[in-house]
Design a binder for this molecule. Structure first.
Ligand code: PGA
Length: 248
């Protein structure tokens, strides 16, 4: 059985004081939660996450990393630096990185490889835009994004990774994919991996992300191929985040 994983993606939100309130709220209610839980915080707050969460049931991670190991890359952060702060996870290929910062499939694959080389578990995001969905090419887009990583790292690399299906049109918009729409793409992803390695496909955690909230989480999380959530907005509120974790 796959153990579900609910991860918060704080994006560019928070402050030392706000994070303290949020983390202590989540820690206070984490006792009854059965799923795995993680928070992906902005780089400057990794030390705070480590200090607050070490020894707890909550893992932490980052939202991006450099594809390079070290060198003259002003402003970049390497996988080894994330390891230094105890990160377990790093989000790779979030649609905001792809769309706003020009990350290609090839760069995303390099970042995925860099994360794994340092012993981090990448959370690889894939997903189509509204235009692509309406054009009937959702599977083509998601398949291409996935194949780029498999081509570089091999299907066996997915045994040490998490996938997140995040339809771009559902992110931060309040428009959630219906459980059926999400399940269909999750099943497609798993089948594609199964075609290469049945064992890897069976163990692969595929999260859903895109306006997951307490009100829609249990229906989404009860779908056979939805193994958790990548939570943006609702992860900034301890009660909402915990409610989603409890729904898993
Ligand atoms: P959202 O963001 O929950 O605010 O839609 C999800 C994400 O971008 O990971």
């Amino acid at each position: 059985m796959r153990r579900k994983l609910v991860a918060g993606n704080w994006k560019m939100h928070g402050s030392l004081a706000e994070n303290e309130a949020l983390l202590s709220g989540v820690l206070a209610g984490i006792g009854e939660v059965k799923v795995g839980v993680a928070v992906c915080v902005p780089f400057p707050y990794l030390a705070q996450a480590q200090a607050r969460l070490a020894g707890s049931k909550i893992a932490w991670g980052a939202q991006n990393l450099s594809q390079h190991a070290k060198g003259a890359f002003t402003g970049e952060v390497s996988a080894a630096m994330l390891k230094d702060f105890g990160c377990a996870y790093v989000i790779v290929g979030h649609s905001e990185r792809r769309a706003l910062f020009g990350e290609s499939d090839a760069v995303v694959a390099e970042k995925f490889a860099a994360a794994q080389a340092a012993g981090l578990t990448p959370i690889l995001c894939v997903g189509e835009t509204l235009e692509e969905r309406e054009g009937g090419i959702t599977e083509q887009v998601v398949g291409r994004q996935l194949d780029a990583v498999i081509a570089k790292c091999g299907v066996s690399a997915l045994a040490k990774a998490v996938l997140a299906y995040e339809p771009v049109w559902a992110i931060g918009t309040g428009k959630t994919a219906t459980p059926e729409q999400a399940q269909a793409v999750h099943a497609f992803i798993r089948a594609r991996v199964r075609g290469l390695d049945a064992g890897v496909a069976k163990g692969l955690i595929i999260q859903y992300g895109g306006s997951m909230k307490p009100g829609n989480a249990s229906e989404l999380l009860s779908q056979p191929d939805i193994d958790g959530g990548l939570i943006g907005g609702a992860a900034l509120n301890a009660e909402e985040f915990l409610a989603i974790c409890r729904a898993g």
